[in-house]
Design a protein around this ligand. Structure first.
Ligand code: HEM
Length: 506
């Protein structure tokens, strides 16, 4: 190597080092978010958040960071978290789409498959159009049309749980998934793959979970999604799972298209829906994409919520006794358990559901939003173009808003005072113009299911080591040591194991 080449290399290397040093100095001291404390690595790279996304403990890490650094945490070079109810409302509370201050952050881009849908589209008029159309498919009126289908699946769920057989012990993480998947595929596509009765299609729930694990790092660091080779190497199984799922839904849509009119399913509602503002309709491709999204958005979230409810009732005897009494003194035969005023009047059951959604929110991480211009969030001036979020699990466990935040206390939702304040810090379904469209359906499904299960019989935690499935344990990782807490692995939505329960008819 000539001395001229050596000199060029030396100059090049020095320039690189200086550039990197300048970038580090800038990010650490001069960046517009530099004043916020946070994990050191997170100041310089989104790899910090991507690592926790990959590990499935981002909800726990965010809680830990707020304990350590306070209510503001810089969680990436251009990301800030704020752990207050006011921030939650300032960011997500808007119900008007005119002149929005925020839109979904670029974190959502890796979730887009071919073209965006209601959940993944960043914002704008097209979101408004889609949401108005989708709302017609999941409205309360539409839900009444699905009620009998939902009840049929709940009946099958009860039969499976209460029929003594070889498998006396039931892993509720799986059974709740089978139920919510059967409900969603039926109400969306009128499809009957019956995961509750046979295992031919049970692989689909595993495929959704595996695919979400891959996406979980990408939403924290969208640049990773572009590294195709690494993607194929690190997430080989997840890619196979994603393809399995795509193949499955393509088959479901194809079969649905063969059946011309299935009356009251969401697919038919979406095809008939007309935007009240513009008169526009969904195109056939959009109907395909939107209905597929509903399967993913509505099945694993609902199953996590239901499995958590089983966990907390099985492990809190006082709440279990009270809710059982409420159900058995409200309904006098199984056929009375339907949507309507009797079920809506089961206030203790509703409080039990809210409390398990607080303790174990199925979407527990931050829903990142980009600031579209300089904005105030909880009296804090944030610049345009940064990502801001509230860790839902973390806020749900803030002692300022929830006394004894790690105790399961349904009574907190029925107290004479403080409920309104607590509700402000409670957002398992998010809120405002990007809040969950399926909240009504999810709540109805949970109320009906638990009422039916408790009417038919009793359940308890399985004896022995297996009964500990789903609980926290010392040595299981930071934030996972609480024995009384149902453990979730946050891969965009929560994944879970257990509880393993035994059921007995009364
Ligand atoms: C317990 C069950 C559920 C929970 C905890 C839940 C939670 C959420 C959350 C937190 C969001 C906001 C996501 C974001 O901002 O990125 C959301 C959005 C959404 N959810 Fe749910 N969800 C549940 C069930 C359902 C069901 C059953 C459906 C379908 C019927 C559904 C359909 C949707 C849709 C379409 C959106 C996108 C709304 C928009 O961006 O305008 N969800 N959900």
């Amino acid at each position: 190597m000539g001395s001229h080449t050596k000199l060029s290399l030396l100059v090049g290397a020095t320039a690189c080092i200086l550039l990197v040093a300048a970038k580090i100095m800038y990010l650490a001291f001069f960046h517009r978010l530099a004043k916020y404390p946070g994990p050191i690595v997170a100041k310089f790279t989104n790899l910090y958040a991507a690592y926790h996304g990959w590990k499935g403990d981002i909800h726990l890490d965010i809680y830990r960071c707020h304990q350590k650094y306070g209510k503001h945490v810089r969680y990436g070079p251009n990301k800030v978290l704020i752990n207050t109810a006011q921030a939650l409302h300032d960011i997500h509370g808007s119900t008007s789409s005119t002149n929005p201050k925020f839109q979904k952050a670029r974190a959502y881009i890796p979730l887009i498959h071919r073209s965006p849908n209601t959940l993944t589209i960043l914002g704008g008029k097209d979101h408004g159009r889609r949401r108005r159309l989708m709302a017609q498919g999941v409205s309360e009126k539409a839900q009444r049309g699905y009620e009998n289908r939902v009840l049929t699946h709940i009946q099958k769920f009860c039969n499976a749980l209460y029929t003594p057989g070889e498998e006396r012990q039931k892993d509720m993480s799986q059974w709740c998934y089978y139920l919510s998947f059967d409900v969603m595929t039926d109400v969306v596509f009128s499809a009957h793959y019956s995961l509750l009765e046979k295992d031919d299609f049970r692989y689909v729930t595993k495929a959704i979970d595996a695919s979400n694990r891959r996406m979980s790092s990408f939403v924290q660091m969208p640049g990773l999604a572009k590294l195709k080779t690494m993607d194929r190497y690190l997430f080989k199984e997840a890619l196979i799972a994603r393809n399995q799922f795509i193949k499955y839904v393509t088959m479901v849509v194809k079969e649905r298209l063969k059946r011309k009119d299935e009356g009251t399913d969401i697919f038919a509602h979406l095809a008939a829906a007309k935007d009240p503002e513009t008169g526009e309709r969904f195109t056939p491709n959009e109907i395909h994409a939107e209905s597929t999204t509903l399967i993913v958005a509505g099945s694993d979230t609902s199953s996590t919520a239901l499995a958590a409810l089983f966990f907390y009732l099985a492990t809190n005897n006082e709440a279990y006794q009270k809710v059982t009494l409420e159900i058995r003194t409200t309904f006098f035969c199984q056929s009375e358990i339907t949507m309507g005023s009797k079920l809506a009047g089961c206030s203790y059951l509703r409080a039990c559901i809210d409390e398990s959604l607080r303790m174990a929110p199925p979407v527990g991480g931050p829903l990142w939003r980009e600031t579209l211009y300089p904005v105030m969030v909880d009296s804090e001036a944030l610049p345009a173009g940064c990502d801001v979020g509230v860790g839902i699990y973390s806020l749900h466990h803030s002692e300022e808003d929830f006394e004894k935040a790690y105790s399961y206390r349904p009574e907190r939702w029925l107290a004479k005072e403080g409920v309104e304040e607590a509700r402000k810090a409670f957002a398992p379904f998010s809120m405002g113009i990007r809040g969950c469209l399926g909240k009504g359906l999810a709540m109805t499904e949970m109320m009906l299911t638990m009422a039916m299960v408790l009417y038919v019989g009793d359940f308890r935690v399985a004896n022995g080591e297996i009964g500990l499935t789903g609980r926290g344990k010392k040595g299981d990782g930071a934030g996972r040591e609480r024995h009384e807490e149902y453990q979730l692995w946050d891969f965009i939505t929560g994944q879970k194991n257990g509880p393993v329960l035994e059921f007995e008819r009364r």
